[in-house]
Design a protein around this ligand. Structure first.
Ligand code: PHE
Length: 330
């Protein structure tokens, strides 16, 4: 009896305890064997013998149950430790991509004009002198060419300095009326806080029968467009010069940083310049063979819009590919 109890108590895992259970209480186990001896016990002693066996069995069962509880509790404890989750650890972070702020801004601009039935046109980034300058009323040696520091190739080709050549290409391909925008990449030899050698523009051009396109049309669409982009800003048209438009204007919005009071960003003027525009110069129509038409055109820098909308202080940071900057735009 003592031995049997030892067996139970010495089992140090649920597995060994299970083996002990079979050994003791199983059909072919020690206790069954003892009960089998009943038949050899003489009649009068049978009762006492059976009672003794039953008592032993109950006692063994009790120690078995108690030891089982102990081992089970230990097992649970061990599992809890092994499967413990440290909630203070970092999980696996899934990095989600996002549109670059310049492309996001470009899309927003395109959406506006597409909704107003403007077609989206494109042209090559490597241009020739005719499309980039000549046809835009910028003859060779014209001083206004200095406004755009150009990258030239040895064969006389160049990287387009603005999206305006797409105006020329579209007009050469099609008959008026024209209602288009041309979003695209442009290049200039420039590099500082507000200029990078590669940047993006969106060009706009509307051409229709003479007298059907006016400066008033241009003014109203650009005012609405700028308020769509920047919210409740004031819009001001300031006389300016572009070779391909006459009259020309630069368009300012009231400074979104100081609300027109004057701050460093707007050089204490209260205004931010955001666009160039004007009525298409007759010489441009002449160079594409258009007659008896009138039109307006505008051009804007997408990076400048993105910088203002996201309050990015250094334009160059948009092209350094620094993940810490880009992650802010997810
Ligand atoms: N092409 C001009 C520039 O790059 C912008 C512009 C386009 C101005 C169309 C007027 C009309 O500066």
């Amino acid at each position: 009896m003592k031995e049997l109890e030892e067996k139970i108590i010495q089992a140090d895992s649920l597995e060994t305890l299970e083996k002990v259970r079979v050994e003791l209480f199983g059909k072919k186990g020690i206790l069954s064997a003892q009960f089998a001896k009943m038949k050899d016990v003489p009649g009068p002693e049978k009762k006492a013998f059976a009672e003794g066996l039953n008592k032993n069995k109950a006692a063994l069962q009790a120690s078995f149950d108690a030891h089982y509880e102990v081992l089970k509790a230990e097992e649970i404890e061990r599992l809890l430790k092994a499967e413990a989750i440290d909630v203070s650890l970092y999980g696996t972070i899934a990095h989600k991509g996002a549109l670059h702020p310049v492309m996001e801004t470009m899309d927003k601009i395109i959406d506006y004009f597409v909704a107003l039935n403007f077609a989206v046109e494109s042209g090559p980034m490597v241009e020739d002198d005719f499309h980039n300058f000549e046809a835009l009323n910028l003859p060779k040696y014209h001083p206004a060419r200095d406004m755009q520091d150009t990258f030239y190739f040895k064969d006389g080709g160049l990287l387009r300095t603005h999206t305006s050549p797409v105006q020329i290409r579209t007009m050469l391909e099609r008959k008026p009326p024209i209602r288009m925008i041309a979003p695209g990449t442009v290049f200039r030899r420039d590099y500082d806080l507000t200029h990078t050698p590669m940047f993006h523009q969106v060009e706009g051009l509307v051409v229709d029968e003479k007298g059907r396109v006016s400066f008033a049309n241009l003014k109203s669409i650009l005012t609405d467009f700028l308020q769509y982009m920047f919210g409740e800003v004031e819009v001001r048209f300031r006389p300016s010069f572009f070779p391909f438009t006459e009259p020309s204007a630069e368009v300012d919005i009231s400074c979104i940083f100081c609300e027109g009071k004057g701050c460093r960003v707007c050089s204490h003027t209260g205004w931010l310049e955001v666009l160039g525009c004007g009525i298409v110069d007759p010489n441009v129509f002449k160079s594409v063979g258009y007659e008896d038409v009138s039109g307006y055109a505008f051009g804007l820098g997408v990076e400048r819009f993105a910088m203002l909308m996201h309050k990015i202080p250094d334009l160059r940071s948009l092209f350094e590919g620094d993940i810490r900057l880009l992650e802010q735009f997810r």
